[in-house]
Write a protein that binds this ligand. Structure first.
Ligand code: NAP
Length: 487
């Protein structure tokens, strides 16, 4: 029997997970081979359904997450945009276009048979919803939209931080699926506050891939389960990031005050609960740098913060700030946070010198929340060493690299060496949903640095290449001509 945890969060039983996975497997062939327009119609229908319920959904989300109605309305818009974006890609057919190479007579390697490269849906996907994006990385978020677009059924593991919202959105999705007379197994959802639910899903033989956004600890545990299966499966995990910002002297010449305000806003945005929140600022150790730090501290101490997503996330934030602040060489300029639970946290800004930072691995880890560490550096060499010590990150930002100098070239190369996205203006919070987006990066930003979870290419994670060699005419023609032989 299922255990009722509250009005919305029902701990899914092993039997229920098994039944959902089998339903997804049963729906997989139909969904993979249906016309692309059928899949596009579902995505468009899901976008319209959440928009039609906007007021109710945003109200539930605000109660459960404290993120505020302005942010949540914007996030709902983004979620509908993502669903429609993948619908458009389906209608255009580009991701499914086959690569056709006619046979070339003669001996290999120049001569070769007729080759047609196609991409096929990987099969049912388990999707772990994120706590910090209750719409855009949750039940009908980017992972679900891209997997459905690719032709894969999805089973969502709802996040226990917003159970009622997840349940309501899932019910809306089910009614759209039923109205369009599609198999119910196209979308399933499990809930639970114990790790058993997620583990059962990842280890179920019918699941063919996993998409995850969350903690390093949870992600690495689930990835190990995905790898330990008799048949290991791809695990697309986004695990966390410190998103360094390098402020070069040129950036401080004319706009220091404005940059400090913008940076403080980015650190505090959503109470710092963004995977792209700036956690480390690398700054020259000179007079202008000192003035900038003071301006940043003043702006951050004025930041308007709200309650964090869950009590667990709040506890981790307090512990993380304590870890940063423990070293006596770290000078707190704002904070440290109150340790007491309840109410919004306090922002934290610490200042440390480059050599101490390099010697202290505890300072290199993400603190999820409105915390940031300023690292004062004495040379470009030290700046690059610090970026390399930080390692994999979703983003790296460089302000003031407008001129093509040898130092700037080295710095940009170092930033590209550690990050999936390198910015030269603005702040890393806010991820454009576009064709050229890359939201991923070397470990631990992502478990699969060649992939992105935002943008058009998110769909590629769920399509597996197959080369058809000397395919019969009917198959080669349909693959090369229509990219979907039932269209
Ligand atoms: P989380 O603890 O990683 O949980 C995410 C999902 O994974 C939940 O559904 C959770 O289910 C499941 N899970 C976690 N550990 C598991 C395990 N060992 N086995 C099976 N399932 C597991 O993330 P969170 O609750 O959202 O936040 C905690 C911390 O994660 C934050 O403080 C922050 O450091 C990080 N975080 C990072 C990002 C990012 O963008 N990379 C986003 C949000 C949070 P149950 O809760 O039911 O166990």
């Amino acid at each position: 029997m299922e255990t009722l945890l509250n009005t919305a969060l029902i701990e899914s039983t092993a039997e229920k997970i098994d039944a959902l996975a089998l339903a997804a497997a049963a729906a997989a062939e139909t969904w993979a081979n249906c016309p692309r327009t059928t899949r596009a119609r579902l995505l468009d229908g899901l976008a319209a359904a959440i928009e039609a319920e906007r007021e109710t959904l945003v109200a539930i989300a605000d109660t459960e997450t404290h993120l505020g109605t302005a942010r949540l309305n914007g996030e709902l818009d983004r979620t509908a945009f993502q669903l429609r974006m993948f619908a458009t890609l389906l209608k255009e057919g580009r991701p499914f276009r086959a690569l056709d190479e006619p046979a070339v007579p003669g001996a290999p390697p120049a001569g070769h048979p007729h080759m047609t490269l196609v991409r096929v849906p990987i099969g049912p996907v388990a999707m772990f919803a994120a706590s910090n994006f209750p719409f855009a990385f949750s039940v009908l978020g980017g992972d679900t939209a891209s997997a459905l677009a690719a032709g894969c059924p999805v089973i969502v593991k709802a996040h226990p931080g917003h159970p009622q919202l997840s349940q309501r959105i899932f019910e809306l999705a089910c009614s759209v699926i039923a109205a369009q007379q599609l198999p119910a197994g196209v979308l399933g959802m499990v809930q639970g506050a114990s790790v058993d639910v997620g583990v059962s899903l990842v280890t179920h033989p019918a699941i063919c891939a996993v998409a995850f956004t969350g903690s390093f600890k949870g992600g690495t545990a689930l990835q190990a389960h995905a790898q330990a299966r008799p048949r290991p499966i791809p695990f697309y995990g986004e695990l966390g990031s410190v998103n360094p910002i390098v402020v070069l002297p040129a950036a401080l010449d004319s706009q220091a005050e404005a940059l400090a305000q913008t940076l403080a806003g980015s650190i505090a945005l959503g109470c710092g609960q963004f995977c792209t929140s700036p956690g480390i600022v690398i700054l020259p150790d000179h007079k202008m740098g000192a003035a900038f730090i003071a301006q940043l501290g003043a702006a951050l101490s004025q930041a308007d913060l709200h309650d964090m997503l869950t009590p667990g996330i709040r506890r981790l934030y307090d512990a993380g700030v304590e870890r940063l602040n423990k070293l006596e060489q770290v000078h707190p300029l704002v904070g440290p946070a109150r340790v007491a639970d309840g109410g919004p946290p306090t922002a934290y800004l610490g200042v440390v010198d480059g050599q101490t930072f390099l010697r202290s691995p505890a300072l290199h880890e993400e603190v999820f929340g409105p915390a940031c560490l300023v690292v004062k550096v004495s040379s470009m060499e030290e700046t690059i060493q610090i970026l390399q010590a930080i390692g994999g990150s979703l983003t790296a930002t460089i302000w003031g690299a407008g001129d093509s100098t040898p130092d700037n070239v080295r710095l940009v190369n170092a930033a590209m060496g550690i990050a999936g996205r390198v910015l030269f203006a603005g702040v890393p919070t806010g991820v454009a949903v576009t064709a050229a987006q890359q939201h991923g990066g070397p470990w631990p930003a992502s478990t699969q640095p060649f992939t992105t979870s935002v943008g058009h290419a998110a769909l590629d994670r769920f399509l597996r290449p197959v080369a058809l060699q000397d395919a019969p005419a009917w198959l080669a023609a349909s693959a090369a001509g229509t990219e979907n032989h039932q269209d």
